[in-house]
Ligand binder design. Structure first.
Ligand code: PXL
Length: 280
């Protein structure tokens, strides 16, 4: 069985980060080791959240894993609480020499940094992106990483330039989520080091749910770890997110500030050929 280490926060309430990565990667048939970076009562969109950085625990945990001789096929990083944590994660990447390093530079959305991130955090995140095989910023994060101006409508020229600038950071494949070329679609654009460009458009559903970026990243990291080519991994992850948003939008009780991905795991597994065709 392939093994992936997911390095991001644990939010007790609000579906995001580890509470998405663990079930999604498990459903995909991967063993997921979770290294929590921050413990939060609820994710940062909730007023008055309690947060405790677990920076001091990272080295003791990974030190134990090293002594045990644990190996990972993929290192997958998401929400990191501080620049000190970025440095520790760089060390994890160096120590475990995984075949795939997947960095989701979680720090911002809708043109703004998430609460708690200092304005110079993106510069540090850029350094981490250098060590990645694959990076998956949303448009806001991609603009912060490249110095492009954030905008809400994206022509192909803008998207290609964004991807080219992201690749200059050093990753082998850059994937940008939340591309809005027209009213009715939302897309995921990608470019690899050979300059191959792809755009996967899905229906745009006008609702805002937290954790959709995490759902995309977990699914995409899982699919790449399973050996899928990048375009297929992107299509699977984007389709799964849209299916999940559609289901969540119908739930008048969807109050936990996250998407109901639990209800759509059978779809994901069916797409992977893990359950009966008729569950698609
Ligand atoms: O979904 C990204 C994310 C991850 N972790 C925490 C967050 C957010 C977005 O708000 O608050 C703690």
């Amino acid at each position: 069985m392939k093994r992936i280490v997911s390095i991001q926060d644990f939010s007790c309430i609000g579906k995001c980060s580890q509470s998405i990565a663990l079930p999604v990667l498990s459903a995909m048939g991967l063993e997921c080791a979770a290294l929590p970076t921050v413990l939060l009562s609820a994710h940062t969109a909730f007023d008055g959240f309690y947060s405790r950085e677990l920076t001091d625990s990272i080295e003791p945990i990974t030190g134990h894993w090293k002594r045990l001789g644990v190996r990972f096929d993929t290192v997958y990083t998401g929400y990191l609480g501080s620049e000190a944590q970025v440095a520790l994660v760089e060390q994890v990447i160096a120590d475990f020499a995984a075949a795939l390093v997947f960095v989701d530079p979680v720090m911002a959305d809708h043109g703004k940094l998430y609460p708690g991130f200092a304005p110079d955090f993106p510069a540090r995140m850029k350094e981490l992106c250098r060590r990645a095989d694959v990076i998956t910023p949303n448009v806001t994060e991609a603009c912060l990483l490249t110095g492009e101006n954030y905008c809400e409508r994206h022509g192909e020229g803008f998207v290609r330039a964004l991807l080219e600038k992201l690749l200059l950071l050093g990753a082998k494949t850059a994937i940008v989520t939340g591309i809005r070329m027209d009213e009715n679609h939302m897309g995921v654009a990608a470019m690899d080091a050979a300059g191959r460009f792809s755009l996967h458009n899905t229906e745009f559903i006008p609702s805002v749910f937290y954790g959709t970026g995490d759902l995309f990243a977990s699914t995409c990291a899982g699919a790449l770890t399973l050996g899928m080519p990048a375009p297929a991994a992107i299509a699977l992850a984007a389709d799964y997110v849209v299916k999940t948003i559609r289901v969540t939008a119908q739930d008048s009780d969807a109050r936990w500030y996250g998407v109901n991905f639990e209800q759509t795991l059978p779809y994901l597994m069916a797409r992977l050929g893990m359950v009966e065709e008729n569950m698609k």
